[in-house]
Design a protein around this ligand. Structure first.
Ligand SMILES: [Zn+2]
Length: 246
């Protein structure tokens, strides 16, 4: 589903638009001019559905070159190993997420607790994946004609990145599970969820002037993206909690 000049939505499950496996996050494809970049990979439960969505939009999966991961939770990163094996994509993530991915560390990515909560099938397991490049706060990565700027935004979990790109004059933020349409956030009972870090991350993102807000789940804003971020930040600044998506 084409969203902007360069960005397509090519996957997402029941907290999205029912385009791929139920637990999948939104999966975005970016046309860089010299290949395709994915932002997040989904669970890996059914990669074929995602490839079919790419083809439906006229995008050749053989042109996949990069995979940017917002964080290592299985609904975002579980498919990374499959995309790497099949298309040789370079995986790009934060230093913390890279460690969890390389080790396939199911405890660190809170997979057991999510399985107990019924998010994934009992038989689901996370496949370890090599990471080609680690990004720290403010660093950029040039993918073809598109510069991805990383912002560290922990709070939902450790090792979370948000990515900012410019697309035909429009600033587009891939916000992962940090901030959602309507100023919602995602707090859950996992070891690395931190309200203090969450507040700082929202403050950081609220200072950006963002047109499109492209979160990991639920609705997408193609304009006025900063309104949603500031709504979440305003709640935190008033000592309150923004609404949670779950
Ligand atoms: Zn998550």
């Amino acid at each position: 589903m084409r969203l902007t000049e360069r960005i397509y939505l090519v996957g997402g499950g029941e907290l999205g638009f029912g385009m791929s496996s139920d637990p999948d996050c939104h999966i975005y494809a970016v046309e860089t001019g010299t290949g395709l970049a994915l932002v997040d990979a989904g669970t890996g439960l059914d990669v074929e559905l995602i490839l079919a969505n790419l083809r439906f939009d006229g995008l050749d999966p053989e042109r996949l070159r990069w995979l940017f991961l917002t964080h290592a939770h299985a609904d975002h990163a579980g498919g990374a190993a499959a995309f790497r094996k099949r298309f040789g994509v370079d995986v790009i993530a934060s230093t913390e997420a890279a460690a969890y991915l390389r080790a396939g560390d199911e405890e660190k990515i809170s997979l057991p607790v999510a399985k107990r909560g019924g998010v994934y099938p009992a038989s689901y397991s996370f496949r370890a994946c090599e990471v080609a490049h680690e990004l720290r706060d403010g660093e950029t990565y040039q993918a073809g004609e598109v510069e991805f700027r990383a912002y560290t935004t922990p709070g939902h979990c450790s090792g979370m990145l948000s990515f900012l790109i410019e697309d035909a004059g429009r600033k587009c933020l891939f916000s992962g599970d940090t901030v959602f349409h309507g100023g919602k956030i995602l707090i859950s009972n996992i070891w690395d969820c931190s309200l203090t870090e969450y507040a700082a991350s929202l403050r950081k993102l609220a200072a950006l002037d963002v047109d499109a807000l492209l979160p990991g789940h639920l609705a997408i804003a193609l304009s006025g993206g900063s309104r949603h971020i500031r709504r979440a930040n305003d709640s935190m600044e008033r000592f309150a909690l923004p609404p949670n998506i779950l």
